[in-house]
Design a protein around this ligand. Sequence first.
Ligand SMILES: Cc1cc2nc3c(=O)[nH]c(=O)nc-3n(C[C@H](O)[C@H](O)[C@H](O)COP(=O)(O)O)c2cc1C
Length: 160
Amino acid sequence: MSTIDPKEFRNVLGHFPTGVTIVTGMDGEEPAGLTIGSFTSVSLDPPMVGFLPGKGSSTWEAIQKSGSFCVNVLGDHQADECWTFAKPAEGSRFDGLAWHAESTGSPVIDGSLAWIDCSINEVYEMGDHLFVLGDVVSLAGNDGDPLLFFKGGLGTFAAS
Ligand SMILES: Cc1cc2nc3c(=O)[nH]c(=O)nc-3n(C[C@H](O)[C@H](O)[C@H](O)COP(=O)(O)O)c2cc1C
């Protein structure tokens, strides 16, 4: 049994700033996606990336069946998308959003700062989350400033 209080855990870990991504994939014929901050580069050779969705994520469960996913790195003009993809939607989270497919067929959200299209290499169980390891199939970056998450709020990068 851990003696770490979950509230304290969240609060302290909130001091670590992250970028914001939307991990997308196809749920049958429909685009699906969820907001993810736990994205990381894993390996350069071979090129691999990873992220950690909660074990209870119904969106990830649907995407996993397709065998691939795309990480969309959000720019500072995409704060609305960050929140839309982090809560239940009445219709689709993609309503009103422009996207297209690249190599794997997973949605690339138009206007994102970067996208990394991947096939699923392995999914590992880790506590109450999964670690999804992806093989990078294709990727691209665009000009712009990033959306950053810190202590529960959104901002952008300022050089010091
Ligand atoms: C900035 C930000 C980062 C997030 N990062 C993660 C994450 O890394 N892993 C995770 O499981 N949920 C994360 N979430 C929460 C999910 O986006 C949220 O639980 C979402 O509802 C999951 O989609 P689903 O319920 O359709 O499966 C994050 C939310 C925000 C706002």
